[in-house]
Design a protein around this ligand. Structure first.
Ligand code: SF4
Ligand code: ZN
Length: 390
């Protein structure tokens, strides 16, 4: 069987892109992936020269790839960004303590400063203690609210107004499906924005990997030999997201474009939603679950875990995940196709309630309510803390 040729350079192809089944050599795959993230950044005007940007870093594949790609693109295209790694320590033994070690290595590898903020210091609770108190049901709600505020607080400590997160196309598609099934169009609309904010934060969030497939992120990390942590959280992720994830992975198998199609449909629905709605909450952007990087393997039928394991154990490039066959009928022109819309949204604006920004009376943190979400949750927790009970 003759070797399959790379669509871009004519060399030997070793990768069949999960996104579009283009057959590429390793160098061309890496270049195509980086070009597409660059295109997303430029067409969405994500950054300005000299901007200080915090990369929400968990040590997982998404945020590690984000840090690596941003460093590469920042140098290659002279973005002029001042990049910092910002990590949240939820206080989960056997998970976050190990993944933070990865982030510390990444800080050295990428020569970026690292700031770690912990739930313990911010709220007086670790997630281990929260789970001990509330059990494993609803724990992710606490975690999501705490993480969002922790990232904001960490960014403010660093005097940074922009946090980028590693949310990928699969995460966004899952959130679209979940909100569609819930009938929550305003939240669906917010979840599709590449840039988000909320009424209770001065810190802008964005997702430069919004159009990158999760499988391609794994491939990129593998071929660039990135150092990341792939164990998931010891506390079970939300079942509903897991179901949405499994559905999306099944659709992807029969139609590779399904993930981007769902993201595009979500964007179209967002344009039809007049008001992005009230009640912005911690899970607006699919954070908490997709954002914590813990829902990868188990909830997708172990498909990604198997893919990572096979990548790690395969030494011959010809046997990689590429499934390249010579009888495929795909005809490609080699151009980079991206899902950026020609017609921009009327005005990209921070989503969230139209309430005035005030301060939480308890912690003094910005909040549109009298008490911020974190303090409301802490109140319940503190009532149940054994040593604080009357
Ligand atoms: Fe937190 Fe994610 Fe673990 Fe839930 S699964 S407790 S959101 S780290
Ligand atoms: Zn090539």
């Amino acid at each position: 069987m003759p070797p399959v040729t790379c669509l871009r350079c004519g060399g030997r192809a070793v990768i069949k892109r999960p996104k579009n089944h283009h057959k590429l050599c390793k160098i061309c795959f890496i270049a195509a992936f980086e070009d597409e993230v660059h295109h997303t950044i430029v067409s969405s005007k994500l950054f300005f020269p000299g901007e200080k940007v915090a990369i929400g870093a968990s040590g997982g594949k998404d945020s590690t790839v984000l840090a690596s790609v941003l460093k590469t693109l920042n140098e290659r295209h002279n973005y002029g960004l001042d990049l910092v790694l910002l990590s949240v320590d939820e206080g989960i033994k056997g998970y976050r303590d190990d993944s933070l070690e990865t982030v510390k290595r990444n800080a050295l590898q990428y020569d970026m400063p690292l700031k770690i903020v912990g739930y313990d210091e911010l709220y007086g609770w670790t997630m281990d203690q929260v789970v001990e108190t509330v059990g494993k049901k609803g724990n992710c709600t606490y975690c999501g609210v705490f993480r969002r505020q922790a990232l904001d607080r960490g960014a403010k400590m660093l005097n940074i107004r922009h946090v980028v997160t590693g949310h990928n196309a699969d995460d966004v598609a899952e959130t679209v499906i979940m909100n569609l099934l819930r009938g929550d169009l305003p939240r669906l609309s917010r979840s599709t924005s590449i840039v988000t904010g909320s009424s209770s934060s001065e810190v802008k969030r964005s997702k430069p990997l919004k159009y990158a497939y999760e499988k391609e992120i794994v491939l990129y990390a593998h071929h660039k030999k990135l150092d990341y942590f792939s164990t998931e959280c010891v506390y079970s992720p939300e079942a509903f997201r897991g179901t949405a994830r499994t559905l999306i992975k099944s659709l992807e198998k029969v139609r590779p474009s399904a993930i981007l199609d769902i993201v595009r449909s979500g964007e179209d629905m967002a344009r039809l939603t007049p008001d992005k709605g009230q009640n912005a909450c911690a899970c607006d952007e699919g954070e908490g679950m997709g954002g914590c990087g813990s829902a990868d393997a188990k909830t997708s039928g172990s498909e990604l875990a198997q893919m990572e394991a096979s990548l790690q154990t395969t030494s011959h490039s010809s046997n990689l995940e590429t499934e390249i066959t010579t009888n495929g009928k795909t005809v490609d022109d080699g151009s980079v196709k991206l899902p950026i819309r020609a017609t921009p949204r009327a005005k990209e604006r921070p989503s969230g309630p139209l309430q005035t920004l005030g301060q939480c009376i308890k912690c003094g943190y910005m909040s549109s309510q009298i008490t911020c979400q974190a303090c409301t949750l802490l109140e319940t927790l503190n009532k149940n803390r054994p040593e604080m009970s009357i």
